[in-house]
Design a protein around this ligand. Structure first.
Ligand SMILES: CCCCCCC/C=C/C(=O)SCCNC(=O)CCNC(=O)[C@H](O)C(C)(C)COP(=O)(O)OP(=O)(O)OC[C@H]1O[C@@H](n2cnc3c(N)ncnc32)[C@H](O)[C@@H]1OP(=O)(O)O
Length: 303
C-alpha cells in the first residue's frame, strides 16, 4: 500500500479486477419525512430511513449519510438499533438494504473515526462495528442488499453479511475489501465473511491485493448474486424478497443459523481481544501515517 500511495497510482489491475478510483461528487440529500398509512410504516433517523410495508412484511432500510454513506459511530449505532427494532417487529419478515446516495452504496467505515482519535474512541467505534456485523450476519430475518453504487471495505462487508446481493450493472461501480490499500488489515471476521461468500482461494487474492471488482467480475466470483439495470434494483430486490418469503420462516432461519452461527460465535468468543487488537493496531504511528496519507489522497481525488 505504501508503494501505491507513494506512486499515487489510481488503479492496480489484477486479472480483470482493479482497485477503485472514484471520480464523481455528490450533493446532499435531504432527510425524507415520515408518513404512515394503514399498511406502511416509515421512520427516519438522521442517517437511515426505514420503510416497512406490513402487508408484505418487507422493510426497506435506506442509508442516507451524505456524501458517501461512510459508517461513523452514529451511523453504526442507528443501523444496529434499526435492525434490532425490525427483528422484534412481527410484521416484518425481510429487510432490503440500499442507499439514498447516488452512485454509492457505502464508502465503508468512516476513516475519520480511525484517525487521530483517543484509544477510548477507537474502542467505542470498534465495538459498534462488531455490534453491527453480529446483528446483521446473525440476523434471523431475510436480508437482501440492493447495491446501487460502489461498496468498498465496510460497505462490502454489509453486502456480504446479507443473504442475497443484487448489484446495479454499472461498470463504474466497484465492490471489495480494499483494506490493504489503506495499509490496514481486515480482521478475521471480515475475512471469514468473505471466505464464506466466495471461497478461500478467491479471498486469499482479494484480501492481500485489496481488490475491488467491477459488477461483472463480482458476479463471476460470486461476490454478488445478480446484476440488474440500476433503475430496476429496488423492484428486483422486492420481487426476489417475495420468493424468499415463500419459504417457511422457521426452516429458513434454522438453515441460516446452522451455516452462520460458527462464524458469529468465533467473534463472540473473542470480542474483547479483538477490540484490544484493533485499538493497539490503529493507534500505531505507522498505521496513522498510512491513514493520513490515504485521507490526503482521497481529498486530492487520487484514490
Ligand atoms: C486489526 C485492525 C483492523 C483494522 C480494520 C479496519 C477495517 C476497515 C474497513 C473500512 O471500511 S476502511 C474504509 C475504506 N473505504 C475506502 O477506502 C473508500 C474511500 N472512498 C472512495 O473510494 C470514494 O470516496 C468513493 C466512496 C468511491 C466515492 O467517490 P466520489 O468521487 O463519489 O467521492 P469522493 O470525492 O471521493 O468523497 C467525498 C467525500 O467523502 C470523503 N470520504 C470518502 N470515503 C470516506 C470514508 N470511508 N471515510 C471518511 N470519509 C470518506 C472524501 O474524503 C470526500 O471528502 P471531502 O474531500 O469532500 O471533504
Amino acid at each position: 500500500m505504501a508503494a501505491v500511495l507513494r506512486r499515487g497510482i489510481k488503479f492496480i489491475s489484477f486479472g480483470s479486477s482493479q482497485v477503485f478510483s472514484g471520480g464523481c461528487k455528490h450533493g446532499k440529500t435531504s432527510t425524507l419525512s415520515s408518513f404512515s398509512s394503514s399498511n406502511r410504516n416509515s421512520s427516519s433517523s438522521s442517517k437511515i430511513k426505514v420503510d416497512l410495508d406490513s402487508s408484505t412484511g418487507i422493510a426497506v432500510m435506506k442509508f442516507q449519510n451524505p456524501p458517501v454513506n461512510s459508517m461513523n459511530l452514529e451511523f453504526l449505532t442507528e443501523f444496529s438499533i434499526g435492525l434490532e427494532k425490525l427483528e422484534l417487529d412481527k410484521s416484518c419478515r425481510g429487510v432490503i438494504l440500499t442507499s439514498a446516495q447516488p452512485k454509492i452504496f457505502s464508502a465503508g467505515l468512516d476513516i475519520l473515526d480511525m484517525y487521530g482519535k483517543t484509544p477510548e474512541h477507537y474502542e467505542e467505534f470498534w465495538r459498534a462495528v462488531q455490534d453491527m456485523w453480529l446483528k446483521l450476519y446473525g440476523y434471523s430475518k431475510i436480508t437482501i442488499a440492493a447495491i446501487n453504487g460502489s461498496s468498498p471495505a465496510g460497505g462490502c462487508l454489509v453486502s456480504m453479511a446479507s443473504d442475497y446481493r443484487i448489484m446495479a450493472d454499472n461498470p463504474r461501480y466497484r465492490i471489495g475489501l480494499n483494506e490493504t490499500q489503506l495499509g490496514i488489515v481486515a480482521p478475521f471476521w471480515f475475512k471469514d465473511t468473505m471466505v464464506n461468500t466466495v471461497g478461500h482461494r478467491t479471498t486469499e487474492l482479494s484480501l492481500q491485493f485489496g481488490l475491488m471488482y467491477s459488477p461483472s467480475d463480482a458476479l463471476k466470483i460470486g461476490l454478488v448474486d445478480q446484476l440488474v439495470p440500476e433503475e430496476n434494483i429496488l423492484s428486483t430486490a422486492t420481487e426476489t424478497m417475495t420468493k424468499w418469503l415463500d419459504i417457511p420462516d422457521h426452516a429458513r432461519e434454522i438453515s441460516k443459523s446452522m451455516l452462520r452461527k460458527p462464524t458469529v460465535d468465533r467473534l463472540l468468543a473473542s470480542r474483547d481481544a479483538d477490540i484490544k487488537n484493533f485499538v493497539s493496531f490503529i493507534a500505531k504511528d505507522s498505521i496513522q501515517k498510512s491513514l493520513g496519507l490515504y485521507l490526503t489522497m482521497l481529498k486530492q481525488r487520487k484514490v
